[in-house]
Design a protein around this ligand. Sequence first.
Ligand SMILES: Nc1ncnc2c1ncn2[C@@H]1O[C@H](COP(=O)(O)OP(=O)(O)OP(=O)(O)O)[C@@H](O)[C@H]1O
Length: 256
Amino acid sequence: MNALLKVRGLGHRYGRRVGCEEVSFDLYPGELLCIVGESGSGKSTLLNTLAAQLAPTAGSLRYRQRNDAWLDVGELNEADRRRLAREEWGFVTQNPRDGLRLSVSAGANVAERLMARGERHYGRLRGIACGWLERVEIDPARVDDMPADFSGGMQQRLQIARALVTHPRLVFMDEPTAGLDVSVQARILDLLRRLVHELDLAAVMVTHDLAVARLLAARTMVMQGGRVVETGLTDQILDDPQHPYTQLLVSSVLTT
Ligand SMILES: Nc1ncnc2c1ncn2[C@@H]1O[C@H](COP(=O)(O)OP(=O)(O)OP(=O)(O)O)[C@@H](O)[C@H]1O
């Protein structure tokens, strides 16, 4: 199978400070990859660099488009980067308020990316929005409600619908369940697992929670100090960690 993303020696520096460096991997269609590591290890910097929200300061990032042509993402201008993010990718932020438009209704939040792609038929947009609300387990009768009237878990599910409505091929998620109650988290993780499977999505997800990686990701990448220290099948990494830092991460979870 052909990779979707090819990452080689990728890095981002904030001035002289290293955010992440020397990251290399391939991501395949339908694959969910988790990036784990402690606070400050470079997970968000890497995710934002992969999602073209931060410019790489080293290495290369190539993406295979729908027509199979490879795109050098680091070389794109701002307009092309936005088009790529809008038309082929999705992004789910940790705090749904950062990923939603709070001044418009739930339905408009879901329909917005379709409108940006040129869909103008009101009835069709509303129908698709209601369908997606149902899919993320929000009562479609609430299509005209504002996001602020939703609970945190509902807002996160709404953000997921907004990100997935255009059937992106690749989705980036930054700690999508952090900060939510455990029962709410479980429901969202279940939903994500189902949608990733149904839509055959490729996804890169940042989490500090190894249980989340275990539940969702076939492959996991462990970061420390901006670098990847271990990568492999999630079960293997969690059951038989090789790098001392991963051993520490796994054992600290087991003892807490
Ligand atoms: N905007 C910024 N300006 C300067 N340095 C930054 C900036 N953002 C992150 N860094 C630095 O880059 C390194 C990696 O940070 P990053 O936020 O990517 O880690 P993280 O693993 O995502 O942490 P957390 O789990 O706390 O979000 C840290 O040393 C951090 O101080």
